[in-house]
Design a protein around this ligand. Sequence first.
Ligand SMILES: [Zn+2]
Ligand SMILES: [Zn+2]
Ligand SMILES: [Zn+2]
Length: 780
Amino acid sequence: MQGVGFRPYIYRLATERKLTGTITNTPSGVTMEVQGTRESVDDFVSCLAHGAPPLARITDMSVRDLPCNGDREFRIIASQRGEAVHTLISPDVATCDDCLRELLEPGDRRFRYPFINCTNCGPRFTIVRDIPYDRPRTSMAVFPMCAACQAEYDNPLNRRFHAQPNACWDCGPQLELWDRNGKVIDASDPITECAAALKAGLIVAMKGLGGFHLAADATNPAAVALLRERKRRVEKPFAVMVPSVEIAKEFCEIGAEEHRALMSIQRPIVLLQRKSASEVAEQVAPFNRYLGLFLPYTPLQHLLLAEGGFKALVMTSGNLSEEPIAIDNDEARSRLNGLADYFLVHNREILLRCDDSVVQVSPASFANLATPLRPLRSKAFNRKDREDCARDAKKIQQLRRSRGFVPVPVFLREEVPSILAVGGELKNTVCLAKGKHAFLSQHIGDLENLESYKFFEEAIEHLQTILEIKPEAIAYDLHPDYFSTKWALQQTGVPLIAVQHHHAHIASCMAENHLDGTVIGFALDGTGYGSDGNIWGGEVLIATYKDFKRTAHFEYVPVPGGAAAIREPWRMAVSYLAHHFGRDFLKMNLPFIAALERSNLTLLLQMLDRRVNSPLTSSCGRLFDAVAALVGIRDSVNYEAQAAIELEMAITGGDGISYPLELAEESNDWIIGTRSLFGAVIRDLATNTPAGIISARFHNGLVDTFVRLADHLRDRTQLNRVCLSGGTLNNLYLAEHLRRQLEENGFDVYTQSEVPCGDGGLSLGQAAVASHRLAESRIK
Ligand SMILES: [Zn+2]
Ligand SMILES: [Zn+2]
Ligand SMILES: [Zn+2]
């Protein structure tokens, strides 16, 4: 990667060993030539990988002997335009320990300078205008370095050698404080004033690395409520920034893997199981067992947290509900007007918006949860199983792959042609693939408003520029109404390749795990356009990259009102009940039915009878919605998948019981029937079984059925590899139990961790499918 201090590192390594020679960036990567005694050269090569700077990633290395050429010193040869492009651009990285020490050191010339950075840390991706990555082509171009900064920049032994954003109080960006109307306030120390405002329960818009945050004191319920009201965000959890892992431990359960995730240089938001009593206000994440915590990653954030002595600050994207995050000062002044009481801004431009990343840690066991994993059955594991299990025991799962991770590529198993894949509709990302690299864009979001659509176009444009990739084909989702699909269909001059949604999910999982050949794929999610025009979402595929056969799915039920049913899960509950029990369900003595608003119910039943605006679905997400509504967890939702999430959260002490589901074979396909499942839920409701038990039995029923299905498919096809993908697999209880049970039955199970298993990972799968189809069409 460029600008991560690799060349100075090599310079030091070589000169310490009295080696002479050169290092330079070339189109194929970094090339070094070193001369010296055999022992020194061997030592150089063997040490090379160990002490490399944190951001360097050596993917491949080859060594060969050359005749001596009489070099007398070790030199770094400057890269020329057009030469360095094949080294990768680094993501934005959290403030390193060395910079942090200088930041808080009263004698240091950068004491309390909010933009301190070095080759090991600071902004990268978000300040790059063009390549090669050099100061004039970044938003630092307008800040000529002072003599002291320039000397650091020019010295190969300095930590700031070629650190493009290098700056100080004398030459670099500066803070400014604005009032709620965007008027400059003459403040002696903007950070002190902001800390005071936050302490008083006010809301501050702060310019960060990839966009503005809205900050509020997370321990002050009134401040959090005020933020919710102004941001028009109901119930959807807020992320919370805490000053240290020690404080994080006061609020949440944190094991070694969670600790590592919090402290990683990417500083993602980590979803953590919250402790029952904590100072964080309930309104931060209502009805949720988890809290999204992250540590400060810019000098400004460090200073603010320290200044106010804050234990927890809500730090949420600076936007109104689902719009993209604001990045520009003027844009913030207008778009965040009325949301913030103060604006803490600066004059270093953010060239590309990049939201905070969100990850969760998939637990090795559910020992910390109310419901432990059911004990493994007696079948002994072989050694490989054990090793695989240990390796996979705890895995980071990406929920939103953005700041800190982008634009690091996903490394592919084999070379692919240049492909642009435009992703789905919700949680959109795009992917540019070339050679053995698949570059996923930052999180673009839901393409449902003009702002997001503009961001989508910008992201495509910018990625193509900095990666110098001109696509030979464009891949898109089958859904005719997706904005991404409509955009793709307007492009001319390259082949356009449509990829079915769930096929893309499975291909994404295959690509990330470097699989080839044919796999059994479970694609479980809320919504995806099916090849038959129905809404799919509980699909079992036999898939290769090029193609797939749908071999099992949930039985179809109508979705009364379409999108309205996604917002109002009670509609799905009624749909399932009417589907399975006709009008008889109205006579059932259930709290859910008693509570239904009669006129709404009548309308809905008419809609179902006449099949008006009631597309058919096999969606797993809608099944979760129906069960959640039926057990009284939620009739309507305030954010995507809320009912399903709260159904998972509700699980309390399971008793090993699983609800039954039917597997019916129909002309070589399996239909997963849900009638007996609903029958069992209704019986349990009638005997006042708690929702937590019903939820556990429901989850266990799904796991058992999927495992049974996988067994049938293995008998029929001899396939032993199972890929799990789709947004429903963000449900840790389901994902973990399913993985364990499948492994127990001898399957090789593959899940996603590098890219999201939800729709944020679709673009990778689309690119993988398109590259194989393109290769095939060229052979013909
Ligand atoms: Zn640093
Ligand atoms: Zn300076
Ligand atoms: Zn999906």
